[in-house]
Design a protein around this ligand. Structure first.
Ligand code: ZN
Length: 128
């Protein structure tokens, strides 16, 4: 039953190591070449005017319009309004947006923060 009584690596062990290394390399390459949100960015509109496009990097912004101030937090994983002085707080309750098509709307301040991006095809299915 014991294939390697002396514990020395044999050809089979070397093959296993090679396969594991190849799999690790393939997985690493896939992660490297397949970011989850290719070219997605935030589009901010104040009033009815698009005022800014923000990439998903660590940053923060503050927008004041119609007497209200909305504070936006941005990270590579998503963006959210962490505080605002509007009466409804809907924008704060919306939470994190990260995928194309999602948006945060602050009606009192008339501010819309939307995610726009390249094709969203397939990535969800691949990533689960
Ligand atoms: Zn609001």
């Amino acid at each position: 039953m014991n294939k390697s009584p002396d514990g020395k690596p044999n050809k089979y062990d070397a093959l296993v190591v090679l396969v594991v290394l190849a799999l690790a390399a393939a997985l690493g390459a896939r992660v490297w070449f397949a970011p989850k949100s290719p070219a997605a960015e935030l589009v901010v509109s104040v009033g009815n005017t698009e005022c800014e496009r923000i990439p998903f990097d660590d940053t923060e912004r503050e927008y004041t319009n119609n007497g209200y101030t909305v504070h936006l937090a941005v990270t590579p994983d998503g963006a959210w309004v962490d505080h605002a002085d509007c009466p409804t707080q809907d924008c704060v309750r919306t939470g994190v947006i990260s995928r194309p098509g999602q948006s945060i709307v602050c009606l009192p301040a008339r501010i819309v923060i939307a995610v726009e991006g390249a094709e969203e095809s397939g990535w969800d299915a691949i990533a689960g």
